[in-house]
Design a protein around this ligand. Structure first.
Ligand code: FEO
Length: 177
């Protein structure tokens, strides 16, 4: 059975992952409004990644005989002026997610719950990629801020993003994998 402090922390994180999904849906809406359809697609995919994270945490809590409460998800913006603004906010947000998982991992150590600590490590590792992907896009956007052609190309490139779980499925079912 889950320790109550850890159950509360995981519940809080489920709420934050759902908030993250909501945040990225808001960014997708803003990018649709500005006709950056590739970036909107990228943000929609990111929102789906966050829903997957929430579900993974949810399933873990019940697998350890815990219980999930579902308080309201916070309000988000759905208007932004530029792709750079959107990705800079997304980058700060992912840094806050990383800080949270580090805090939950320390809580697991303090409470001597090594099973949950091991589970949390999956998310800590995931954050390396989450931060890196977004930071790379921020850097690229800064370089092309006054170049509409380059921005158009980047928008097209971001339209090709696929959900990580789907990519993993393709890779593991490929011949010779
Ligand atoms: Fe679920 Fe983007 O961290």
């Amino acid at each position: 059975m889950l320790n109550k402090k850890i159950e509360a922390a995981l519940g809080d994180q489920i709420n934050y992952e759902l908030f993250s999904a909501y945040l990225y849906f808001g960014m997708a809406a803003a990018m649709e409004d500005l006709s950056y359809r590739g970036i909107a697609h990228w943000m929609r995919t990111q929102a789906n990644e966050e829903l997957f994270h929430a579900a993974k945490l949810f399933d873990y809590v019940y697998s350890r005989d815990g219980r999930v409460k579902l308080p309201a998800v916070g309000q988000v913006a759905s208007e932004y002026k530029t792709p750079l603004e959107v990705f800079e906010i997304a980058y700060k947000h992912e840094q806050s997610v990383t800080a949270r998982f580090n805090k939950w991992y320390e809580l697991c150590l303090a409470e001597k719950d090594h099973v949950t600590g091991s589970f949390i490590q999956w998310f800590i590792n995931e954050q390396i990629e989450e931060e890196d992907n977004i930071k790379t896009i921020v850097d690229r956007l800064k370089r092309i801020v006054d170049n509409p052609d380059a921005l158009y190309k980047l928008d097209n490139e971001l339209a090709t993003r696929m959900l990580a779980a789907y990519v993993n499925l393709i890779n593991t079912s490929a011949p010779g994998a």
